[in-house]
Design a protein around this ligand. Structure first.
Ligand code: MOS
Length: 694
């Protein structure tokens, strides 16, 4: 082995870039599978009730139609924690858009036409789909997503708020939002005896395979998921969703391979969304800006079948030093589709509220908003009392302020006018937890001198393959072009999902451990690779505990400059600048893309995204990308992402913190704060549409 310059930290182009831009990269729906037939779901047209009958006769009479599936003629599944996976398991209708039947036909078009010929009779019941703060069924859940406690308090926030010489008490709302990845959900399913293969648009090949096996009562390993390439997920592909289960059920029912591809419209009720939130934030502070109380309450919705509580107030527990704190989630279960993980679940909406309130507090105190954050920097994690493995929020704020040109800013709102535009600037902090899960990985030395890494990671467009190749190259001391990285297959063994920004931290740990084991083996053999190759496998299950002694988070600072049209209220984001402290950056090119992508999602959250639910029908009325607006190139003008060179060796061998989501957090608050600075109109409700600004 030779000594080479390290590639971790540099910006090699994606090893699968050519495959992707030439169209050679295969996504779930594109695998050639002989004899495949097509499945088209029939979705409920009521929000609550029961299916009395599914009339499939007219559909079955159409050419090429093989079966009409309903709750009476598909396999029984085992109960799952996620009741959304109980596809066609009962006649109950829990939300509008639920799968109540499906047509299998020899062509896609035939299945679609036949699905429209299926008639479903319902016993309709009254539905309740409105997240009303007055609903008596609102309760305080014990747990929020990712294991966070529902409610946490220390000190006496109420008394401190009453006694505080300065403070804020404001309510912020965020709408329901849809992940809407570029690649719609798609599955090809086929059975061979008691084994099931799924080509699936998936963030979590191994975890999804395990979940589907349990659902069908199969042995571990009986379900094999192939997800070589996945076109984004943003949480919506992090666990199996109903369309994947439908594919497996349909393939079993007709005894043939089947293909399921969601249309954009079908996806909206079926693959999860972010809950709307109503958040009240109360801050108490001394006149020097030091917080005496943080009080944050988030009201959210879930379905009646699944208690899912987004961890919206979690970041308010660790963000700033305060002797008194009360943070709570409240939940209302409605006749709606189940919300789930989407793009920094918790931190994204929660930090919109907290960081808007911090800006309001800065104005109440006549203090610079950067300095307000600096004086509230905690020495230890305020909630756990643990030391931070590293915490460079202040460095991000300072560097961001310098790069952005924050110094000398006149805080007075509504003063700067350029022609028809009012101009303003705003700042907000960002944070995201450093999560890690155990992973396995295998590395094989081949007699040709190549090394093959196998890990059930998912590259959902992030560049994970490339990052893992860099890690392996450095550990093995060989150039990257001698490394093959195979990901996206459950057969490679336990590995966590591309979610919670934990992929690279978790996977690179296993890859580096396997590489080190292989290097030791090779050293013992004086570097001679036997004809059959040499392989090392690693499992990090035992290694994770050491991190528990630290509070582990990424941080960032987001700066925005906006222009607001004085007549129409239109907001344009002239500049968005983020500085992040996110541990070791493995690939400077793909990392920059991740940050810019996250910040762009933040723009989208700030200005556009909003699912509108019609209470009469219990349905999202804007259920395609024509009516559900997301940020496009025209919304993104000046955008810059930078990072602090952060070395945190208390996390994992590579020092990775995770960068998928921290770029989203804080963006919307920075923009809302800038709109206030521009116009004097405080934006407490997202998205910041024209009517709200004027
Ligand atoms: Mo991400 S919303 O944790 O897939």
């Amino acid at each position: 082995m030779t000594t080479l310059d390290k590639v971790v930290g540099r910006a090699p182009t994606r090893i699968d870039g050519r495959e992707k831009v030439t169209g050679a990269a295969r996504y779930a729906y594109e695998y050639p599978v002989p004899n495949a037939v097509y499945v088209w779901p029939v979705q409920a047209t009521i929000a609550r009730g029961r299916v009395r009958a599914v009339h499939g006769g007219a559909a079955l009479a159409l050419p090429g139609v093989i079966a009409v599936l309903n709750s009476g003629n598909v396999s029984r599944l085992r109960p799952a924690d996620d009741a959304e996976l109980a596809v066609l398991q009962s006649a109950d209708v829990a939300y509008r858009g639920q799968i109540v039947a499906a047509v299998v036909a020899s062509t896609l078009e035939g299945a679609r036409e036949a699905a429209s010929a299926v008639r479903v009779d319902y016993d309709e019941q009254e539905h309740d789909v409105v997240l009303s703060p007055d609903n008596p069924r609102i309760f305080s859940p014990r747990k929020a997503n990712a294991g966070f406690p529902g409610t946490v308090h220390w000190g006496d926030a109420e008394s401190a708020l009453t006694a505080a010489p300065a403070g804020v008490d404001a309510t912020y709302t965020t709408p329901a939002e849809h992940a809407s990845p570029m690649e719609p959900h798609a599955t090809i399913a086929f059975w061979e005896g008691e084994t099931l293969t799924l080509y699936n648009a998936d963030q979590a090949p191994w975890m999804s395979a395990t979940a589907i096996a349990a659902l069908f009562g199969l042995a571990d390993g009986a379900v094999s998921i192939v997800a070589d390439h996945t076109g984004g997920g943003f949480g919506s592909k992090a666990v199996p969703r109903p369309p994947t289960v439908l594919a497996a059920l349909a393939a079993r029912a007709v005894g043939r391979p089947v293909k399921v591809a969601m249309t954009r419209q079908q996806m909206f009720p079926l693959v999860s969304y972010r809950t709307p939130t109503v958040q009240r934030v109360r801050l108490g502070a001394e006149l020097d800006g030091r917080l005496t109380a943080v009080w944050h309450d988030a009201l959210q919705q879930s379905s009646k079948r699944v208690e899912y509580t987004e961890q919206t107030v979690a970041a308010s527990r660790m963000m700033y030093a305060t002797p008194n704190s009360h943070t709570a989630h409240r939940l209302l279960q409605l006749d709606v589709p189940t919300p789930s993980w989407m793009r920094a679940p918790g931190e994204a909406p929660g930090m919109f509220a907290l960081e808007s309130a911090m800006d309001e507090l800065a104005y109440a105190l006549g203090m610079d908003p950067v300095e307000l954050r600096v004086v509230n920097e905690p020495a230890l994690d305020p909630e756990s009392g643990l030391p931070f493995s590293s915490r460079n929020l202040i460095a991000c704020l300072r560097e961001g302020a310098a790069r952005f040109g924050w110094a000398g800013r006149d805080p007075a709102p509504g003063l700067r006018r350029q022609g028809r535009w009012l101009v303003g600037t705003g700042v907000a902090s960002s944070t995201y937890p450093v999560l890690t899960m155990a992973s396995t990985a295998t590395v094989r030395a081949e007699p040709t001198g190549r090394f093959v890494v196998e890990i059930a990671a998912a590259d959902i467009g992030t560049g994970a393959r490339t990052a893992l190749a860099q890690v392996a190259a450095d550990e093995l001391g060989v150039p990257m072009d001698r490394i093959t990285v195979l990901v996206g297959r459950s057969v490679f063994g336990p590995a966590p999902f591309a979610g919670g920004s934990m992929g690279t931290a978790s996977w690179s740990w296993a890859v580096s451990k396997a590489c080190r084991a292989l290097v030791r083996e090779l050293d013992e053999r004086a570097g001679v690779i036997p004809p059959e190759g040499l392989q090392a496998r690693a499992d990090t299950t035992e290694d994770l505990a050491a991190q528990e002694r630290f509070s582990r988070h990424s941080f960032g600072a987001q700066f925005a400059e906006v222009k607001v049209d004085v007549d129409s209220g239109q907001v344009r984001i002239e500049r968005l600048l983020g500085v992040f402290a996110a541990g070791r950056i493995v690939n400077a090119g793909t990392a920059r893309s991740q940050f810019l992508g996250g910040m762009t999602m933040g723009i989208s959250m700030a200005l556009h995204e909003s699912l509108q639910l019609d209470p009469r029908f219990g349905d999202f009325t804007n259920h395609d990308l024509a009516t559900y607006h997301i940020a496009s190139n025209a919304d993104v003008r000046g955008i810059e992402a930078h990072w602090i060179d952060e070395h945190d060796d208390r996390l994992n061998p590579v020092g990775v913190k995770g960068i998928g989501e921290v770029g989203i957090v804080g963006t919307a608050a920075a923009i809302a704060n800038a709109v206030f600075h521009a116009t004097g109109s405080r934006q407490r409700d997202l998205p910041i549409t024209l009517d709200r600004v004027r």
